[in-house]
Ligand binder design. Structure first.
Ligand code: FAD
Length: 621
């Protein structure tokens, strides 16, 4: 049967990409359907119960700046908050929260269920309706047909999913969930390039069986960090402690002894795993000279005894998992509640996507999340928001939008994926961004909220709070620029206590703030009233201290903008460009970049090759 409602946007999958995708489309006023296997697993964290971290919190804050749900759910579910790299520069500072799984999921579900324009339906999507290379709907496993102008697929690790524990394996999308086989076959029949990746998770442990007495405690930060620009500390539930323990030589011997029954080392798993989140067997094998690896023991929630031992992801057979766990300090009598496992799944080459995350071959069809070769909740959420927003834009017959590399980590993520593709699960790092100083986690709202408002992603409450903050920053910056401190004055004497030399002339508060010895709180109260809002103060301080570097990055962006603005036609014949090597022709033909700048970022394409492309473009007129 055809379902009676005609949708603008249909999102398949209620994971981190899918929830942000359907929320974004619905916020923009599009009639939206979220079609997912199981309503109980909306917003489920398949692996570690934590949001944020280096590079990732930048994405979470960008999603938040564009009105998304992830940061708010983290504030409502976070049971330990820390700022990583707190002593380093603001560009690499990153908020990380350990979350209570149940509270996080409940927060996401509550947001979804209260979102106007959004319907949720529990059933598996098995097939796509495609007419004249355009998607027009989805068919469920029960034969129900949902018609829609656009479809966003966010099927995560479920497409052709296969779970491995030792040499045993079975079809599955995640432990306890079915795989998505029919949809995977349907997609494989379309002209996309498909490959396999794998990822893994550690066994979970019952806290009642752990001896914490000799373990190092790790508490969160004080004052408590906050994830959402609209969040506050009072929203956080009770905060808890984590612990640290280590593997040892005995653990490593047990692991080595089990490698012949490891699906990875016996060749049963072919997919490549995440380089930066390797399994413990990988770590022991690759770093043979290390006799110990750190394990963070993280509670899974406030109302459960389950612990997540971060650092011992494994797909070794269960008997080996038992032995290796019990060889670790504190875990001598540990009871495993769930075995660790690895999962192999299909992903589609993201070079077959446009910057909007629409597929190049099927109009109206978008991919977001793990299906594009990424790993991580935050990477998925950011792509989901972008794909959902673009699906809504298309349904509303508006132009597509994708942020540039100098505007957002989301821009970096999408540009990396569609330009270079990926051979291993892609995760975000601050080192992937060339304009790090501009793309800080503290200023994602200043970079993106106005655009979000224009697109229809940002509601009145967020917009008002943002405008107030932006105005307070501007007012305070003006006050600091216009307030002068005279040498010999009481204010000068106060500030000189922190300076190597007395002030030789008059200085504005803004100039004083640029001095490395002084912080906002040293300077702002020398004359007049400082602002009470700590986030406003933070912006004022960072923009003063890093003004020189920030200006330099802006100049460079301007210089390169011409290449960003030079389009390359989809049918551009690279073989006809004289002087290009066969290797470069092949790489550009595979990637089909849409701008000259993007062509220059395809791995292996030299600046000389870009010049040849430019000459050819000029010849074409
Ligand atoms: P998911 O969160 O997987 O959500 C997919 C959703 O789509 C699910 O709700 C599913 O039910 C639904 N769905 C799928 N197919 C259909 C269909 N045909 N019809 C209807 N609904 C469908 N990330 C890390 O960063 N580090 C790690 O160490 C790590 N380890 C992992 C270990 C394991 C075992 C797993 C399973 C995942 C791991 N991840 C890890 C990845 C992390 O879970 C994902 O990156 C993230 O969840 C991806 O989000 P997503 O929205 O793309 O997909």
């Amino acid at each position: 049967m055809d379902y009676p409602t005609q949708y603008d946007v249909i999102v398949i999958g209620g994971g981190h990409a899918g929830t942000e995708a359907c929320l974004a489309a619905a916020r923009m006023g599009s009639r939206t359907l979220l079609l997912t296997h199981n309503i109980e697993t909306l917003g489920q964290m398949s692996c570690n119960p934590a949001i944020g971290g280096i590079g990732k919190s930048h994405l979470v804050k960008e999603v938040d700046a564009l009105g998304g749900a992830m940061a708010t759910a983290t504030d409502l579910g976070g049971i330990q908050f820390r700022v990583l790299n707190a002593r380093k520069g603001p560009a690499v500072r990153a908020t990380r929260a350990q979350a209570d799984r149940a509270l996080y999921k409940a927060a996401i579900r509550n947001i979804l269920e209260n979102q106007p324009n959004l319907d949720i339906f529990q059933q598996a999507a098995d097939d796509l309706i495609v007419e004249n290379d355009r998607v027009t709907g989805v068919v469920t496993n029960a034969g129900l047909r949902f018609l829609g102008k656009t479809v966003v697929i966010t099927a995560g690790t479920f497409l052709g999913g296969r779970i491995h524990i030792g040499l045993d394996n079975h079809a599955g999308g995640r432990a306890g969930d079915p795989p998505s086989i029919a949809l995977a076959e349907r997609l494989r029949a379309l002209p996309f390039r498909v490959e396999r990746l794998k990822t893994g998770t550690p066994p979970r442990i019952d806290a009642r069986s752990v001896d914490f007495s000799g373990l190092e405690e790790q508490w969160g930060d004080e004052p408590l960090p906050v994830m959402s620009y609209l969040g506050n500390r009072e929203q956080h539930p009770r905060q808890v402690c984590c612990w640290i323990t280590h593997t040892n030589e005995t653990t490593h011997d047990i692991i080595r002894g089990g490698l012949d029954r490891s699906p990875m080392y016996s060749g049963v798993i072919e997919g490549i795993g995440p380089r930066y989140c390797p399994s413990i067997e990988d770590k022991v094998h690759r770093f043979a000279d290390k006799n110990s690896h750190q394990i963070f023991i993280e509670p899974e929630g406030l109302t459960t005894n389950e612990l997540y031992p971060n650092g011992i992801s494994t797909s070794l057979p269960f008997d080996v998992q038992m032995d290796l766990v019990r060889s670790i300090k504190g875990f001598e009598s540990a009871h495993i509640t769930r075995p660790g496992y690895a999962i192999e799944y299909d992903f589609f080459d993201p070079r077959d996507l446009l910057p909007s995350l629409q597929t190049k071959f099927i109009g109206g069809l978008y991919f977001a999340g793990q299906i594009n070769g990424t790993t991580g909740y935050e990477e998925a959420a950011a792509q989901g928001l972008l794909a959902g927003a673009n699906a809504a834009l298309q349904a509303q017959e508006r132009d597509a939008w994708s942020p540039r590399r100098d505007e957002a980590y989301l821009g970096v993520l999408v540009d990396d994926l569609i330009t270079s593709g990926t051979k291993e699960p892609y995760r975000m790092f601050t080192s992937r961004a060339e304009y790090r100083l501009l793309l800080r986690e503290d200023n994602a709202d200043l970079r993106l909220t106005e655009k979000g408002r224009e697109l229809g992603l940002v509601d009145d409450v967020r917009w008002r709070a943002f405008c107030e903050k932006r105005e307070s920053i501007e007012r305070e910056q003006q006050r600091l620029r216009e307030t002068w401190i005279q040498p010999g004055s009481d204010a000068a004497k106060t500030v000189e206590q922190k300076l190597p030399q007395p002030l030789a002339r008059e200085y504005s508060l803004q100039d004083l703030l640029k001095r490395p010895e002084l912080e906002y709180r040293d300077v702002a109260a020398l004359s007049g009233e400082p602002v009470s809002d700590e986030w406003v103060a933070e912006q004022v301080e960072i923009s003063a201290k890093y003004a020189g570097y920030i200006d330099r990055q802006r100049d460079e962006i301007e210089r390169l903008q011409a290449y960003e603005d030079t389009p390359l036609p989809v049918d551009f014949d690279y073989a006809a460009v004289s002087g290009l090597s066969n290797e470069v022709i092949q790489k550009l033909s595979d990637a089909r970049p849409d701008t000259l700048a993007r062509a220059g970022r395809v791995p292996g394409v030299t600046p000389a090759a870009v010049s040849l492309l430019l000459i050819q473009l000029k010849k074409r007129g």
